[in-house]
Ligand binder design. Structure first.
Ligand code: AGP
Length: 611
């Protein structure tokens, strides 16, 4: 997804914008640009990275205390200098940066072309810049009204910052579907797609709502909706701090976030478990608890890694709350005609809270009267504002595109929710409830202990860094972990990897097994261990290589596996939390050894805010 930063105030905008764009690099992008206003507007933009933009600007005019910047993740028009943002309107009255998609841009372009407008790029954004200018010049209205009138003609999603050359010192911002955060300083304002470029300057923010327009100068913030209704800015304080967005002693954000999991899981359950470990509190769902208890079915919708967390949730709710569960890809669900009633409990899981498919599925559900909860990691995100209630994962900001700590925090929330509902629905005795809570509280220390065996995982990574394919196998609650392990490997190392239920291997994938195919098998000493051992044997008799994730103390596994990664003995319910960390590290080290861009893998974005 694209990234937007903007500034108006007393300081030089250039360094604030460049630093802001660097803070947004984690979102994934293919080109970058800035516009600086100093009596006139200087625009610098190019295909490539922020460092390429800095090289382009070297020695050029960078004065100005008003400006905006953009990192582009191409949707309409290939990555190129001319398609990079900011876009200038034909007569040079307006400059626009945009995150989102204008679905009716072809129609708008055609209409503008009939009014002699020409275009320098293939983007939908340039059509919007020209539309705003055309209204501004023809209807002789001020810039803010021209923007609002233009946006009433737009179909699609946008996060926009606009500069009008005739209104120096003013930024206009608008949002529909793509987030924008306003940072409130002293005689200065900041704008960004999320809080990361803002936190080092102020902790006071205003989250723009859909169809709101802000007019901002160094000393004023005026808010209204598209229909000219004045709004009062709701200023919130954010808890993010600068340490959260620095790599510290780690080479990559992803490695830092893998190692943060003992503390991030602790943060997820902090304040939500009674001191005597006898009960769980999820304040965010208290108001809808009666509806949760009456629910006849749970439907969980998500994408990617969050969908894998949802699959773990299915095992947890079924086993501990005795509730039927269906797990749906949000991208599929939103285009079906699902049968949902008011007795259904729908849970949407999203780290960013901005995934377009997940938000679209939520909007579909809201029409049915079913209760919808959000499990999300970003306060103030669209998901957190569009669901009836929810639980924040409190994993802290996750910069690496490959989700790690957010995944284990999502599972921690689902685990607490399953235990809580299980106890309230008398599916879990008080004694079992307490024992399970105690098992959950032990997990951070167990993960911390396991992360110390990173050297062993690095050796295994070295043995398999040049393979072209890999299989991940797991049974029961570990099947979703096999899927997640495979996703981690493929998305950062570009090795083709698939996750399967271990028993499924005989129904096709076994045909792939040969000496070039590593098979990672989750083989804990649980009730399915013997069955999983049979699968390992089937791989070995076909010269496959086996990496076993096994329970410490199991000596037999060393006889049959080529490599063993040990995890401490744990309760079955905690096994997803304990088994995913070594798979995250395995994928990370293989990707690093292959020279891949671990934090910003090719073609990927941190949050897919477009379809
Ligand atoms: C996971 O490593 C990927 N980055 C991706 O699958 C991600 O989980 C998916 O896009 C969903 O994002 P969300 O949790 O922010 O909705």
């Amino acid at each position: 997804m694209c990234g937007i930063v903007a500034y108006v105030g007393g300081r030089t905008a250039y360094s604030i914008l460049i630093k802001g764009l660097q803070r947004l690099e984690y979102r994934g992008y293919d080109s970058a640009g800035i516009a600086l206003f100093n009596g006139k507007t200087n625009v610098y933009k190019c295909q490539g990275k922020v460092k390429d933009l800095q090289a382009l600007v070297k020695g050029k005019e960078i004065a100005g205390s008003v400006g905006m910047g953009h990192t582009r993740w191409a949707t309409h028009g290939e990555p190129s200098d001319r398609n990079a943002h900011p876009h200038r309107s034909m007569h040079g009255k307006f400059y626009v940066v945009h995150n989102g998609i204008i679905e009716n841009y072809a129609h708008l372009k055609k209409e503008l072309a009939s009014r002699e407008y020409t275009f320098q790029s293939e983007t939908d954004t340039e059509a919007l810049a020209n539309l705003i200018e055309n209204i501004y010049l023809e209807q002789k209205v001020d810039a803010e009204l021209a923007v609002r009138l233009a946006l009433t003609k737009v179909v699609g999603a946008y996060g926009l910052v606009i500069i009008c050359e005739d209104e120096p010192g003013t930024l206009i911002a608008a949002r529909k579907g793509s987030p924008l955060v306003i940072g409130v300083g002293e005689h200065e304002y900041f704008l960004a797609s999320d809080a990361t470029p803002i936190v080092e300057y102020t902790d006071r923010v205003v989250y723009l709502n859909d169809e709101e327009v802000a007019v901002i100068t160094a000393d004023s913030l005026d808010l209204k909706n598209l229909y000219n209704d004045v709004k009062t800015p709701d200023i919130k304080r954010i808890k993010l701090n600068i340490d959260n967005i620095d790599k510290g002693e780690y080479e990559h954000f992803m490695l830092k976030e893998i190692h943060e999991q003992p503390s991030s899981i602790t943060d997820t359950f902090r304040g939500r478990i009674a001191m005597d470990e006898s009960k769980i509190f999820l304040g965010g769902v208290l108001d809808v608890m009666p509806r949760l208890l009456e629910a006849k079915r749970i439907i969980i919708i998500a994408c990617g890694t969050s969908w894998h967390a949802a699959l773990v949730g299915e095992y947890l709710f079924e086993e501990y709350a005795r509730m039927p569960v269906e797990v749906e890809y949000a991208s599929e669900f939103r285009y079906r005609n699902p049968v949902i009633g008011k007795d259904d409990l729908v849970i949407a899981i999203s780290q960013s809270g901005e995934t377009a498919d997940t938000l679209a599925a939520v909007r579909l559900v809201k029409k049915t009267g079913a209760t919808i909860l959000g499990i999300c990691n970003v306060a103030g995100s669209s998901l957190s504002r569009e669901t009836d209630a929810g639980v924040y994962t409190h994993a802290g900001i996750e910069i690496g595109v490959a989700s790690t700590k957010a995944f284990t925090s999502q599972i921690t929330v689902l685990t607490m929710m399953a235990f809580l509902l299980g106890n309230k629905r008398q599916a879990l005795s008080a004694g079992d409830y307490k024992e399970l809570i105690h098992e959950l509280i032990r997990v951070p220390k167990q993960i911390a202990g396991m992360l110390k065996s990173e050297e062993n995982i690095k050796k295994i990574a070295a043995a398999y860094k040049n393979v072209s394919h890999a299989l991940y196998l797991g049974r029961g609650i570990l099947f979703p972990v096999a899927l997640e392990g495979a996703l981690k490997l493929k998305e950062i190392s570009y090795i083709h990897a698939e996750g399967y239920p271990a028993a499924e291997m005989k129904h096709g994938p076994i045909a792939l097994i040969d000496e070039a195919m590593p098979v990672c098998v989750l083989a804990l000493s649980d009730r399915l261990y013997e069955k999983t051992v049979s699968n390992i044997q089937e791989v070995k008799t076909r010269q496959g290589k086996v990496i076993a994730v096994a329970t410490a103390g199991n000596k037999d596994i060393y006889r049959i596996a080529d490599h063993v990664i040990e995890i401490p003995p744990c309760h079955e319910a905690m096994s997803p939390l304990l088994t995913i960390a070594p798979l995250q590290l395995l994928a990370y080290h293989i990707a690093v050894m292959r020279g891949c861009n671990v934090d910003q893998p090719r073609n990927l974005a941190k949050s897919v805010t477009v379809e």
